[in-house]
Design a protein around this ligand. Structure first.
Ligand code: 7TS
Length: 414
């Protein structure tokens, strides 16, 4: 008989899992709307980190003593958990990294340098975060590969994926794209994109920084070759992440960095390397990061990733509709089918000023180019203000933001 799953937590009590939310900032209750930058951590994750350091801390894969064995077991259990979370075929397809940025750099370095040549093209989109752009520029400088960009259309921030096939010319060897845009809230149809790319023998990399903690992710269903995520954007600790790599891709890749942990044998003039994933994990890893990520994945699955996705979409749609009621706001990203974040510009008020005043009301927003400078240029703005939501945010908090935006307009007389 299948065991009955524990009942999902109640949305109203779920905020109690996050101690940091229960404080005032400048005299007002904190409203944390900077989740695209980093999310808050539930007690379960904080407890797992504390327990690891209080009970099990030792280095992994080296000692024969009890604590080292425990640390190694916890570290490798996190790999198995991450494989299950992403529905990877096996744990060996999970490489631990410092986050999305390092995962993409790893692919650009190890896979890109080994497999791409002058005359090849890496296809990106105009909505990529700098971490899915600059590593490819560095690769282009090293190897002479070209970069091409799928255009983003208008303030709605959509890519015409219907036209993708025309872009998949024989020189295109890799398509690297964001699943969810961190400044537009656009959700790209990852499975359809990867299926078409695969038919054209084009490898795929999905930047899942903004999606991994917000919706179910199944790498076999998406059919990508690589997928990168950051633990800190999904209730886990900073400085840790996962690169999923399809086994047959990882096996053909040389090491990324050299050092301890990644070798089989070393002589003065040459070394041999471990198989994936340890070949890509030189040096002492962030063991507590793995422990924290595992606890975060357990937490997200207890809440239910389908429910989190529905909550996100609900808050994104509600925020877009409510902000559209405020005069002189220019909203970016799709009006429907958007993720749980909204970027906007207020006529007559710089985004940094808006964010500074909102902070005085206890509301944490972000203002800037969001590491999307080329996209900002294309939209004809220097920066936007952004409110990004997560499972602990509520429609009432969005109502409060709308009131504060109207107060800001009065304050700046715009
Ligand atoms: N890709 C996307 C789509 C992102 O939004 C971010 C971070 C990254 C990659 C890089 O993640 P990291 O964990 O390696 O730094 N995005 C943001 C943001 O929107 N505001 O601060 C960081």
């Amino acid at each position: 008989m299948t065991p009955t799953p524990p009942p999902p937590p109640d949305w109203n009590t779920l905020r109690d899992d996050f101690p940091i939310l229960h404080q005032t900032v400048h005299g007002a209750p904190l409203i944390y709307f900077d989740n695209a930058a980093t999310t808050q951590k539930p007690r379960a994750v904080l407890a797992a980190l504390g327990q690891y350091y209080e009970r099990d801390n030792a280095n992994v894969h080296r000692g024969i003593h009890e604590l080292s064995n425990r640390a190694t077991r916890s570290f490798e259990a996190a790999r198995t958990r991450a494989a299950r979370f992403l529905n990877a075929g096996r744990p060996e397809e999970i490489v631990f990294t410092r986050g999305t940025t390092e995962g993409i750099n790893l692919v650009a370095h190890a896979w890109g340098t080994a497999h791409l040549r002058r005359g090849d093209t890496v296809l990106l989109t105009e909505m990529e975060h700098h971490s899915n752009l600059v590593p490819w520029q560095l690769l282009a400088e090293r190897t002479g590969v070209k970069l091409a960009f799928l255009p983003v259309h208008g303030d709605q921030g959509q890519i015409d994926w219907e036209r993708l096939e025309a872009w998949l010319t024989p020189d295109v060897k890799l398509l690297a794209f964001t699943h969810i845009s961190n400044s537009l809230g656009t959700i790209n149809p990852a499975a359809d994109i990867c299926a078409l790319a695969r038919r054209h023998h084009v490898a795929t990399l999905v930047d899942a920084a903004q999606s991994a903690g917000h919706r179910p992710i199944d790498v076999q269903d998406i059919g990508c070759d690589f997928l990168a995520l950051s633990a800190h954007k999904m209730c886990g600790p900073t400085g840790f992440g996962v690169l999923y790599g399809r086994a047959e891709r990882l096996e053909t890749m040389p090491p990324f960095q050299g050092g301890g942990e990644m070798i089989l044998s070393v002589d003065f003039d040459a070394s041999t390397y471990k198989p994936a994933p340890h070949r890509f994990e030189a040096g002492t890893p962030d063991i507590s990061g793995a422990v924290g990520l595992r606890a975060a994945m357990d937490y997200l699955d207890t809440v239910g990733r389908d429910r989190i996705a529905a909550h996100d979409v609900e808050l994104g749609a509600y925020a877009y509709a409510r902000l559209a009621e405020v005069r002189n706001l220019r909203l970016f990203g799709p009006s429907t089918g958007r993720a749980g974040l909204v970027s906007f510009v207020m006529k007559g008020v710089h985004a940094h000023d808006l964010v500074t005043v909102a902070d005085q009301f206890g509301i944490a927003l972000r203002g800037g180019h969001h590491c999307n400078q080329p996209l900002m240029k294309k939209l004809g703005v220097e920066s936007t203000a952004r409110a990004s939501f997560y499972l602990y945010n509520t429609p009432g908090e969005i109502d409060r933001l709308v009131d504060v935006l109207r107060d800001i307009q009065k304050f700046f007389r715009v």
